[in-house]
Design a protein around this ligand. Structure first.
Ligand code: FES
Ligand code: FES
Length: 158
């Protein structure tokens, strides 16, 4: 089938098999690289994207079921040449981690701020449970997201 998506605000289309995960479509057909293949089993969160506004693990979403949907990846967070407030906060707090997990954490951060303008540190930490990092920690990430919320920059992102 031909799959149509709104990808980071732009209409795109590509061929797509019936059992192709969204992650594969993004990588192989649309050349979008920020969502990473970690576990390939909906466990690590490295492949996280926003699909019609919801945070999903793109490795286990069948793309064909979402024809016409809106997809936002880390590539789509920058607006008008400016980093997204969450990206800026990650930089300020040293919360950018490795190239494998960071994009997924950014998307999870955007999702939690879209859900609540004023999430508590505990709520933020809970929201990050679908994103796994075994090498560093979560504290700087939680501080960065909380900082965005405290500055009233939370909500209605991406
Ligand atoms: S690669 Fe999708 S959750 Fe790990
Ligand atoms: S998986 Fe990225 S820093 Fe641990």
């Amino acid at each position: 089938m031909t799959l149509h998506l709104i990808l980071n605000g732009m209409p795109v289309s590509c061929e797509c098999g019936p059992s192709e995960p969204l992650l594969e479509v993004l990588h192989e057909r649309l050349n979008v690289r920020s969502p990473r293949r970690g576990c390939d089993d909906s466990y690590c969160g490295a492949c996280s994207v926003l699909l019609d506004g919801q945070l999903v693990h793109s490795c286990t979403v069948l793309a064909a079921a979402f024809d016409g949907s809106d997809v936002v990846t880390a590539e789509g967070l920058m607006k008008d040449g400016r980093l997204h407030p969450v990206q800026e906060a990650f930089l300020r707090h040293g919360a950018t981690q490795c190239g494998y997990c960071t994009a997924g954490f950014l998307m999870a951060a955007v999702a939690v701020l879209n859900e609540s303008r004023t999430p508590s540190p505990n709520e933020i930490a809970n929201a990050m449970r679908g994103n796994i990092c075994r090498c560093t920690g979560y504290q700087k990430i939680v501080h960065a997201i909380h900082d965005v919320a405290r500055q009233g920059e939370g909500g209605d992102f991406a």
